[in-house]
Design a protein around this ligand. Sequence first.
Ligand SMILES: C[N+](C)(C)CCCC[C@H](N)C(=O)O
Length: 249
Amino acid sequence: MDCVIKTYRRESVLGFFKGMSFPIGSVAMVNSVLFGTYSNSLLLLSSTSPQERKAQPLNYGYVFVAGSIAGFVQAYCLAPFDLIKVRLQNQTEPRTRPGVAPPQYRGPLHCARSIIQEEGPRGLFRGAWALVLRDTPTLGLYFLTYEGLSRWLTSDSKEPGSATMLVAGGFAGIMSWTIATPMDVVKSRMQMDGLKRRKYRGLLDCVISSARQEGPGVFFRGLTLNSARAFPVNAVTFFSYEHLLRFLS
Ligand SMILES: C[N+](C)(C)CCCC[C@H](N)C(=O)O
């Protein structure tokens, strides 16, 4: 609540939409890579189409492996967009106030250009390893939770209904964010590192010094808010995916 109140007071309601333009532009591409890689990996592993899979018992090992492969691939697509989003969201200086230094980045494109000038093109992938470690297992769990729950909520050899897609998708989002939050905290800190002076010598140093200075609870910061948003976001994501897949195939 303190964060919400201070953000509103210092940056008005616009403060809550900071850094949004890049994720909006990238989320369609990132989800396309995520769900496309998942579906095709599962097709390769189980050599059954989505329709055939509904009628057969599901190999949950294949689901987890296919989801993890998708998580690994999408993390690299996501990395530059996520870095720019985190850098813009952490600019808490008010936009224009006399006597106060303006924010470092004027917007997403200026942010991208500054990072490339200061750190080279590889700078856009700062924190990518943390993103890969965060997303690879947790997206395996994401699809496993969805497939398991939707199977459990649907009577045999029937297609999951819309309510099942929404409920199973929502809980898949919460489950994956609960496991991902500790690495998400580390990922964001690594992405903010290098902005002024380098604070961490690497990913492990970031984990150890964060725990030492702020206690183990630091790795679950933002989990409540993340879960509150994860249910509706992922309920709609799986609902749309399933219906589009049926409509298109
Ligand atoms: C793997 N991790 C938990 C990070 C994300 C899983 C859900 C991703 C979804 N697009 C969302 O924004 O919630």
